[in-house]
Design a protein around this ligand. Structure first.
Ligand SMILES: [Mg+2]
Length: 240
């Protein structure tokens, strides 16, 4: 065996896994995201109305989507352009009557995470209250050594959720691990791009994305594409 091949597994001997939550550990497209979108639209309409700005349903919907595209989160657009209180916005966006009935995920998720070697950290742009409730519903709260929610993603007192590279660097420094030992598992490509830029390994997890969501070629910043958490243990050997 060549020395390079011999070294390869050692690189990932004790990986530190960073897991996204929505559409990575559960199917947010099923009911959560549609409900979040309705809640956000209601909030955006209230903000525009308060400023006496003209709007209709299409304007509101387009604004929510445009901010998400431009800043990675609708939240950041609302903070930047409308000076909303981020805590209040996130709280309202994630207010659900019956979370339990909205949860869908793959069978055996707990067992898959348990079997996966390495330290696991939750890294979600969702607010703490919702993320905690969701992890409880999924029965996987204790699988994560640490939970990082959007409220904690602050650099120099400014909110910097994913895909912020400066926050990722701060997080790695805080964890005291080199980027090359860390793997981000995500459904959102722009977040994987940032992770790769700061030196992390990247796994694109796709099972909860719409079937129509296709890319012609795997982006260069994606190290491995897998469908399920079940495939992560095998994916480690493909991470260079
Ligand atoms: Mg996600």
């Amino acid at each position: 065996m060549s020395s390079i091949l011999a070294q390869r597994p050692a690189l990932m001997r004790s990986p530190v896994w960073f897991f996204d939550l929505d559409n990575t550990l559960h199917n947010a497209s099923h009911a959560i995201f549609p409900a979040v979108n309705v809640n956000m639209n209601r909030y955006i309409a209230r903000v525009l109305e308060a400023k006496s700005l003209p709007f209709d349903a299409d304007v509101v919907n387009a604004l929510r989507y445009d901010y998400w595209q431009r800043y990675g989160t609708t939240l950041m657009g609302m903070v930047r352009h409308h000076q909303v209180d981020p805590t209040h916005f996130l709280h309202e966006a994630h207010a659900f009557d019956d979370l339990a009935s909205m949860v869908r995920t793959e069978r055996g998720l707990l067992h898959m995470l348990k079997r996966l070697p390495g330290r696991k950290i939750l890294l979600t742009n969702a607010p703490q209250k919702y993320a905690r409730a969701m992890l409880r519903e999924l029965g996987i709260t204790r699988q994560f050594a640490r939970h990082v929610h959007v409220e904690q993603m602050v650099v120099h007192r400014i909110l910097r959720p994913k895909p912020s590279r400066s926050y990722l660097r701060k997080l790695l420094a805080h964890e005291g691990v080199s980027a090359r030992r860390c793997v981000l598992v995500e459904d959102t490509l722009v977040n994987l791009k940032s992770a790769k830029a700061v030196g992390m390994r990247t796994v694109w997890l796709t099972q909860f994305l719409a079937a129509s969501y296709g890319v012609a070629r795997l982006p260069s910043y994606v190290d491995v594409k897998v469908k399920s958490v079940r495939r992560l243990a095998a994916a480690v050997s493909r991470l260079r």
